[in-house]
Design a protein around this ligand. Structure first.
Ligand SMILES: [Zn+2]
Length: 248
């Protein structure tokens, strides 16, 4: 009689764990961004938080004490995943940044179309979010806005897009090795502020670093993602008096 009991218990725990944070959400309609906070108690921060992302970058204050971000990205194999909201590229451990004296490991990067952060109200064509985590669980996102430039395909996207997983739930091990450093612009000047995840559960306490310079991608590369995800950008959130600082 013992054996049947254990699987039932395991099943119950699994059900509880998934029920807490998997209310379905979307970018449009009844499950769209204006209703995220109501879809699940775990998503309350989406509507009640006062440090939400993305925001419109304007009136940034120069802070010369801010150091450049140190990037220690390495080339490695990656797994592309279509999670139904974006394409997530999961990287192996080994790449990290040092920002404001804290080391954060790169976990994954993913894309938004159009960009989420605006600059003085202007939207870029796309944005990549490089998501990092420190040893004590703090999150730092490096956001790079991308702009179409017919003559300038991006080398990382050239490796990723031919194998882009088209159906929700699909994952693909990419044939080519990838260095996420290929997603960084030449000029490393940035704006920084404290915000949140831009998808449910909209968790706050996330350090944002938004590069001032845009990265080029080709028209075909933009179209490849835009065909798959026409609109996966959360609307701009209230700043609620937050400071935006620039390092140069
Ligand atoms: Zn994102």
């Amino acid at each position: 009689m013992r054996f049947p009991v254990l699987p039932v218990l395991v099943f119950c725990f699994a059900s509880i764990a998934t029920a807490q944070s998997t209310a379905h959400w979307d970018y449009l309609g009844k499950e769209g961004p204006l209703r995220w906070g109501k879809l699940d108690p775990a998503y309350a921060a989406c509507s009640e938080g006062h440090e939400q992302s993305p925001i419109d970058i304007r009136n940034a204050r120069l802070n010369k004490a801010l150091q450049p971000i140190e990037f220690h990205y390495v080339t490695g194999s990656v797994i592309e995943e279509n999670n139904g909201h974006t394409i997530v590229v999961n990287v192996k451990p080994g790449s990290y940044i040092v920002a404001e004296g804290v080391r954060y490991e790169l976990i994954q990067f993913h894309f938004h179309h159009p960009a989420e952060e605006t600059v003085k109200g202007k939207y870029s064509d796309m944005e990549v979010h490089l998501v990092h985590k420190s040893a004590d669980g703090k999150l730092a996102v490096v956001a790079v806005r991308m702009a179409e430039d017919v003559a300038k395909p991006n080398a990382v996207l050239a490796a990723l897009w031919p194998q882009i997983p088209r159906a929700k739930g699909d994952t693909v091990k990419v044939t080519d090795m990838v260095n996420p450093g290929g997603l960084l612009p030449a000029d490393r000047g940035y704006w920084t502020y404290t915000g949140s995840l831009t998808t449910p559960p909209c968790t706050e306490g996330v350090r944002w670093f938004v590069f001032e310079e845009e990265l080029a991608l080709s028209r075909d590369q933009l179209r490849t993602f835009g065909t798959l995800y026409r609109m996966n950008a959360r609307p701009i959130q209230e700043p609620h008096g937050r400071k935006i600082e620039a390092n140069e």
